[in-house]
Design a protein around this ligand. Structure first.
Ligand SMILES: [Zn+2]
Length: 260
């Protein structure tokens, strides 16, 4: 194994892709066999990434900058030729040399700018998505509030008081029902349901089977639910059911009220 590199900036240059030839091969061969230097290269890659991403920018050491600029200059210069055979530099090749000197650093800057803009873009996308979600949420709440207001003020809404049943948990509630909106609103409070049990509200029609209007746990509860069209309720009832609710009432009746 060859010796550790003596110049710290070699790691930065390798990470930048600016180390060439024998120096590059020797360092890479050494790093492949030396965990310590592999770690130093990883750190240098981190610094190089920060160069293009961090604000304020992290600067490489002046030695790195000097060697990088020398390499850019060297790569822009034509190979030396025998003096006698060397023609006068044409204005064209002189301008190409200038272009190279400008375009190579510009390419690096453009790559950094591209990464920066890509990150900005992703940030903006995320912010936009969050705004959109919050707007949808607010719209949803507004729609709900509007429906509640409409249900509570409509002349077609009936209110049914639900009364406690003998031997059942204590509680009181009322239901508002609107046959045009096909909406039921429940507002009430019952002692919390026992473990593995749930309360379930039913619309009991004049004809046909009771229709479930939702399950709840029995603290103060308040919700609104859509029911099938054309219901003609005879009464509303709350029963105690197994957790998750049932398709038809099976448990004891806890609260009940008739539609007058
Ligand atoms: Zn080493």
């Amino acid at each position: 194994m060859n010796a550790h590199p003596t110049r710290d900036e070699d790691f930065d240059l390798l990470a930048l892709g600016a180390l060439e030839g024998d120096e590059k091969q020797a360092l890479e061969a050494h790093i492949a066999a030396c965990a310590d230097c592999a770690r130093r290269l990883a750190e240098a890659r981190g610094r190089v990434a920060l160069l293009s991403l961090a604000a304020p920018p992290v600067r490489p050491s002046p030695a790195v900058k000097q060697r990088l600029m020398n390499q850019i200059r060297a790569s822009a210069e034509p190979a030396p030729q025998p003096r006698a055979a060397r023609p006068l530099e044409s204005p064209r090749s002189a301008s190409r040399r200038w272009w190279n000197a400008i375009l190579i650093p510009a390419g690096v800057a453009l790559a950094a700018l591209t990464i920066f803009l890509w990150r900005e873009n992703r940030l903006l996308d995320a912010q936009l998505a969050a705004l959109r979600a919050s707007m949808n949420d607010q719209q949803h709440q507004l729609d709900e509030a509007r429906e509640v207001a409409e249900l509570m003020t409509s002349q077609n809404t009936i209110t049914v008081a639900l009364a406690e049943q003998p031997g059942a948990p204590k509680g009181a509630a009322h239901v508002m029902y609107n046959a045009k909106m096909n909406m039921v609103m429940y507002d009430g409070a019952i002692a919390p349901a026992p473990a593995a049990k749930t309360y379930q509200l039913w619309l009991v029609p004049v004809k046909g089977n009771p229709v479930s209007c939702g399950t709840f746990s029995g603290q103060p509860d308040h919700w609104m639910v859509k029911v099938p069209e054309g219901m003609s309720p005879k009464e509303f009832a709350v029963t105690l059911e197994p957790a998750g609710g049932m398709p038809h009432p099976t448990g004891p009746t806890v609260l009940m009220g008739s539609v007058s």
